[in-house]
Design a protein around this ligand. Sequence first.
Ligand code: PLP
Ligand code: COI
Length: 339
Amino acid sequence: MSEIDWKNLPFGYFKTDYNVRAYYKDGKWSDLEVRQDEYLNIHMAATCLHYGQEAFEGMKAFRGKDGKIRIFRPDENAKRLLLSANGIMMQPVPTELYIEACKKVVKLNEKFVPPYGTGASFYIRPLLIGTGAEVGVKPAKEYTFVVFGGPVGPYFKAGFKPVPMQTVKDFDRVAPLGTGLFKVGGNYAASLRASERAHEEGFSTVLFLDAKEHKYIDEAGPANFFAIKGNKYITPDSHSILRSITNMSLQQIALDLGMEVEKRPIEEAELASFDEIGACGTAAVISPISKIVDRSTGHEFVVSKDGQVGPKSTALYKQLRAIQEGEVEDIHGWNLIVD
Ligand code: PLP
Ligand code: COI
């Protein structure tokens, strides 16, 4: 293996040695299979290809100060995959199978887990797809569960630096009572046009508004949104956003740091009143937001006036990273140690 430049990794696909798979057929899940092949051989009438029966997850494993490898809250991701599977009528993956597969992928690819202190991590990508052949619109009878992973750097190129985002009123990511709370591929396909346009116009991503009224903040591309006002951590309460595990963790950390937490609808018009704003997620970690431009009116909400990250976002970021890398006690039992 040629040397990996751990400190300059992009967030992208990285070929490793192994992936693991399990198959649901005739009413039961198979044992895990370890593969080196990067390809799937599936039926051309598989429901994932035609009717979007596909859900995925994203987690990170970190090499700690003590040399141990920790996966951050995989039990929560297993629960969310269950929710997504039920949401689009797929066979759910049992939690034990999910956890075993994730541990195995990390263990087998241990040499690709970035060293402590490089800022990089090992991204784990579980995928559940309908592989049974159907032509009528109905759920498949067969499913494939695959987990692969690889070393990654920051999702937003700036890393932990404020970036500009854009709100739009001519695109919705999901419908008000649609699939926004499930981590299914169709939501991401629906976000591509708006997010590619945002990149072309110089923004990191789109801050999507609620699809019913275009009045409230939903989420920030592939991440949840949060704001800081005084000593409060405020985050949207919406039926059409993903239940971010990073966001849940930051809410707990905020409480641990003596802050208050408020979960409620946030109006776009309120943006100007916040002290700090940011996006949070597994890939994004915390990505502070410098300004938000409403594309339909041209109005600019500038929050980070000096281009610096605010003190509360910094404290939350540091504590989250410290827990993930085993620098502080894991008081909530969030890390799963891979041994
Ligand atoms: N929202 C969307 C649409 C996402 O794709 C993600 C990424 O997983 C998140 C939010 C953040 O969720 P989590 O913190 O569980 O990674
Ligand atoms: C994640 O944060 O894990 C994501 O899934 C974001 C994105 C790459 C889709």
